[in-house]
Design a protein around this ligand. Structure first.
Ligand code: CAO
Length: 434
């Protein structure tokens, strides 16, 4: 074929698709327009659905092409011969139509024929799968769905190629009803607990602090998505405390104030090195991927008037205990004065939450997502401990280790606590790192 002849054949031309002979249907309402401008259609694809008092019928495309301009809209009334849309055809499409028999190109309009079209579509794999596309269903089923106020395109059909049948519509409705009744139950529970507080006495409604509001999203996410387990244990820190309280400034001779928390940070880092799964994140659970962190950025929960904040002490493995103690004071002050960069709340290995300066023993800390473990520290107390057949007075530190059970097992957590106790105990190696 010569080049210009080919171009001639491929030239676009417009064709009209009109309402065919639809028998008894006259001046009937268009209830669905199934195509839009620019969309490619194949012969027999449904273009519109019309509905009379008695039944509804889809009008199919009589040839392949690209919809140039849809001329009718939902609610219009049409009769035989009315223009539905214009279709743009390339020479190739035109040619292929011309090669087909006139009989084949004849529009199909009665219900049996429409059913036949759907069958053809199924074998052509043209059934739509999501609700942005039109579902395949007979006009009877469409009408049934419409009468019940259901968008048929939201239904995934149970028949071959996703064709929607009457039972699918019924199942869809019953699943919606079940969901709604679940909701209603939750809502009614809420209503019961939502009696006005002022019915029982004087109250004052205040704004929830912004930091608490922000934190609540993270806390709820952690609490509802991570399977938490907490192991409780006690570390004997008698020697550590003797050592800590004996530290003096080499120039002034005054007592050096180093918080026990700085020692705990250093001991924790030694355990994290031995138990790397505690220094990981599993934010890609769908693909089963775990991020193992090679850094040791320990988060510290800081109580502030604005709410709880968790800044990170970075690279704790390379810092001395007294350096960590000073840095802890600096970042706590920055948090309390709202002078800290938001980035400092992210990128942690594991968090320590200490109530040691306030009081209390064991509690159940919530993991600071996306971390997988958190160490709760209570107030150290002198206790009588039975050692080698006799009671001794020892300083015991309560530990509450919460961990993500998806990645850490109870046995591993118990071993982690043993190791941590060892690091805090009388053979403490951190002594070298003051
Ligand atoms: N056992 C016994 N005493 C402890 C202790 C412990 N585990 N931890 C700290 N202490 C002592 C310190 O030695 C210090 O005593 P001195 O004044 O006699 O030296 C005193 O308690 C002060 O402690 P602190 O809590 O003010 O300071 P810190 O450096 O130990 O802690 C910080 C810093 C930021 C953790 C703390 O100020 C804080 O905010 N704690 C609350 C954290 C919190 O709210 N967690 C709960 C989260 S879950 O809702």
């Amino acid at each position: 074929m010569a080049a210009n002849q080919y171009q001639q054949n491929c030239k676009m031309s417009d064709k009209e698709i009109n309402v065919p002979n639809i028998g008894e249907f006259k001046d009937v309402e268009v209830i669905e327009v199934l195509v839009s401008n620019g969309q490619s259609v194949s012969k027999n694809d449904p273009l519109i659905t019309i509905e009379s008092d008695k039944s509804s019928v889809e009008i199919p495309a009589s040839f392949d092409g690209k919809v140039k301009s849809v001329k009718i809209k939902v609610g219009d009334r049409v009769s035989e011969g009315d223009l539905i849309l214009t279709v743009e055809q390339s020479g190739e499409e035109k040619k292929s139509i011309e090669q087909k028999t006139i009989k084949e190109a004849e529009p199909v309009a009665n219900q049996d024929q429409v059913e036949e079209i759907v069958k053809i579509k199924q074998t052509q794999n043209l059934i739509k799968k999501d609700n942005s596309e039109a579902s395949s269903a007979s006009p009877k089923v469409r009408k049934f769905a419409r009468e019940l106020g259901v968008n048929i395109n939201e239904i995934v059909g149970s028949e071959r190629q996703g064709r929607v049948v009457e039972d699918d519509v019924k199942n869809f409705i019953s699943s919606k009803i079940n969901k709604t009744s679940d909701k209603t139950e939750v809502q009614s529970k809420k209503i019961v607990s939502e009696f006005s507080h002022s019915d029982f006495g004087e109250v004052e409604v205040k704004d929830m602090p912004r930091v608490k509001r922000l934190a609540s999203t993270y806390l709820v996410n952690s609490w509802t998505t991570i399977p938490h387990v907490t192991n409780h244990d006690e570390a004997d820190i008698t020697e550590m405390e003797d050592f800590r309280t004996s530290l003096t400034d080499m120039y002034t001779g005054e007592r050096k104030k180093i918080t026990p928390l700085a020692f705990i940070v250093k001991a924790l880092v030694a355990s994290l090195k031995k138990f790397p799964s505690f220094n990981s994140s599993i934010d890609d659970i769908e693909n089963g991927k775990i991020t193992m962190k090679k850094y040791f950025h320990v988060g510290i929960a800081v109580d502030t008037p604005h709410g709880l904040m968790v800044p990170k002490i970075r690279n704790t493995d390379n810092k001395s205990i007294s350096y960590i103690s000073n840095e802890l004071k600096t970042v706590s002050d920055q948090c309390r004065n709202l002078k800290i960069d938001k980035k400092e709340f992210f990128g942690g290995s594991m968090t320590i939450t200490s109530l040691g300066g306030i009081g209390g023993s064991f509690f159940t800390p919530i993991i600071n997502y996306p971390e997988v473990a958190i160490l709760g520290v209570g107030k150290a107390q002198k206790k009588q401990i039975f050692i080698n057949g006799k009671f001794e007075t020892r300083t015991m530190l309560p530990l509450s280790l919460s961990y993500d059970h998806r990645i850490i097992d109870g046995a591993e957590a118990a071993r982690f606590n043993n190791d941590l106790k060892e690091n805090l105990g009388k053979n403490f190696a951190y002594k070298l790192a003051v």
